[in-house]
Design a protein around this ligand. Structure first.
Ligand SMILES: O=C(O)CCC(=O)C(=O)O
Length: 256
């Protein structure tokens, strides 16, 4: 991240990095994502046929993937170390360490996917509506396919990260805390189309959403959220996982 990219991120709350990963790397990662999704669907089916006792345990890390049939696989880096290795890749750390510093831990990891003709959009939201700890968290969104405005590109409202909207509506969706339309100025909307291997980073408070997949093309992603190691908060039970740097005195797990 150069100085211009850093100041644009600080000003707008998001930034696009082109060609961070190669097409070959993304094809390999997508293969692993598809495998994890299939394993997840099988685990969810097993759980449902056995009565569904633990399905809604939102606290447990890498638990039954409760939303895998709705386009979301939570805690992917804790399901397969291939993804934890990607999260620790210097190319990703370099995208966020100018803002968050060198000592980083992972708050969450997931894949959001929209197979062809997947109709469900993700509504406008600010991630901090869901999250614990400090707001100094950055999500890193990796495009494993060509993502266009027609198959689910990310959409952002620039500068919206400066203020939280408290008046959110709860909907029966995977991303359930939605910002009412009256707070979203669509004339400001930026649609970020991304090629295979491009990376979008975004602030924990920026308003964002993504459209439905109206095409016959896949739209698979990997998403990691990092925070400074001084913040011991975690999206699940237990401490956040180590990502980079050496200063872990305040609670993060150094598992490498
Ligand atoms: O990839 C998407 O469609 C949505 C991701 C998202 O909203 C998030 O990670 O907060």
């Amino acid at each position: 991240m150069d100085k211009a990219e850093e100041s644009s991120f600080r000003e707008n709350g998001f930034s696009l990095f082109k060609n961070v990963f190669s097409t070959q790397e993304c094809a390999r990662l997508k293969k692993y994502v598809l495998e994890e999704i299939e394993k997840g669907k099988a685990a969810l089916l097993r759980e449902q046929s056995e009565g569904g006792g633990t399905i809604l345990n939102r606290e447990k890390l890498a638990d039954i993937p409760r939303a895998v049939h709705k386009g979301m696989l939570q805690d992917i880096a804790h399901r397969n170390s291939v993804f934890m290795d990607v999260a620790r890749d210097k190319r990703l750390v370099d995208c966020v360490s100018p803002i968050l510093g060198p000592d980083l831990v992972m708050y969450r990891s997931l894949s959001v996917f929209k197979p062809k003709d997947y109709k469900s959009p993700v509504g406008w939201h600010q991630d901090m509506s869901y999250w614990a700890g400090n707001k100094d968290k950055i999500s890193i969104w990796i495009s494993l396919d060509n993502v266009t405005r027609d198959n689910g590109a990310m959409r952002f409202i620039p500068k919206s990260h400066n203020k939280m909207i408290e008046d959110v509506e709860r909907q029966n969706e995977v991303f359930s805390l939605v910002i009412p339309d009256k707070y979203v100025d669509l004339s400001e909307e930026v649609v970020l189309e991304a090629g295979i291997g491009d990376v979008v980073i975004f602030d924990s408070q920026v308003m964002h959403c993504s459209g439905a997949n109206k095409t016959g093309d896949d739209r698979y992603t990997l998403i990691f959220t990092f925070q400074p190691a001084s913040d011991p908060s975690h999206h699940r039970e237990g401490p956040p996982a180590w990502i980079s740097g050496g200063n872990f005195t305040q609670g993060a797990l150094h598992d490498k």
